[in-house]
Design a protein around this ligand. Sequence first.
Ligand SMILES: Cc1ncc(COP(=O)(O)O)c(C=O)c1O
Length: 400
Amino acid sequence: MRSSQSAVSPVQGPIIQYQARADFIDLSWGHPPGSALPVQAWTEAVQAALTRFGWQALTYGHAAGPGPLIDWLAHRLGRIDGCSPHPHELFITAGASHALDLLCSVLTRPGDVVIVDSPTYHLALRIIADHAVEIAGASADADGIDPDATADLIGRLRKAGRRVPMLYLVPTFANPTGSSLPVDRRAALIEVGHGTGTMIVEDDTYREVCYEPPAPQSLWSLADRAGVVRVGSFSKTVAPGLRLGFLTGEQSLVRTLGQRGFVDSGGGVNHTTALSMAAFGESGAYDRHLRHVLAGYRLRRDVLTAALRDWLPVARFRAPSGGWFVWLQLPSWAPTGRLLVHAEQHGVSFLPGSRCYPYDHGEQQLRLAFTLFEPAQLQEAVRRLARAIDSASFTAGDVE
Ligand SMILES: Cc1ncc(COP(=O)(O)O)c(C=O)c1O
């Protein structure tokens, strides 16, 4: 007879964030495909970290992050960006989202104004909004944020008695536009930050997701280490499940972060994972892995952009030279809010542009993420999108 225990089927809750829909191509998800996640190489990195550091890999970690990862990162950033941070200018975080949340905690107070690029990473808007601040969108054009208009905006807000402690942007291979801020605007924006005392928070998550190197120099390195905090992540280059990232900023800021109660109580963030990342980097596995995933992402970008040119000529876009996204501009007769309903009926989806602005805007824009699906599925997604736009009910303005 079977025991009552074995008769009960095990209960297993959800494991991952992404929810697949049958025969549906949802290009709203900025996620990697399973094939881009380094299961075997990461197993070896964890093993190497445990072998090398023994129990020290499993205890509470150093406040700013373990020395081996700090040293490896300082060296790597020196190689791939304009300058190498001093070890005391680095702080390991649980990803870029955590870094942004932490920065909001230490830089802002409720009622402050935080300025963001427009459009910007839609979930950064959520993180910033958690801090009970007002979010103001800076003027921007196809090349990105306008430094002069931003200086004016900060001036006006200050005159009205508001504190403007922080400006957030993704200047390199941006989410959602895929474009990068030109170097002259980088320099001008740094001047704005220095002149106003507003801290620039540079989300540099996509620096290493670069298809036509070199990536532009970061604001942090151009600013000569002052007035800019750069936020980085291993989510796009290694695996989002690691929840591992970092920031580079002024030593006083890094010291402040290391003195937060949660660090005092729990030690450095994701210590075991951070030491495994150091092993992954030092062994050469990171470079090998990056070459592998970039080849796959570059191919997907090329397939998607070719399909858009062939089958969706009404859409305008710039092919991105890095990052995970293509940003489409549609004609005024095709507002993306209404298109979304029709697209979903045709088995395809996207992120409406309006989600990426802190104010009412973006109705003619949408973001396509090209990483999660296979090239053939990307082609099929564009065909479905074209069919949705061409469908009689859509062009007739039949709103559900
Ligand atoms: C610009 C940007 N910042 C931050 C994140 C999230 O990074 P993390 O996974 O390190 O929290 C993303 C992910 O989509 C992103 O696109």
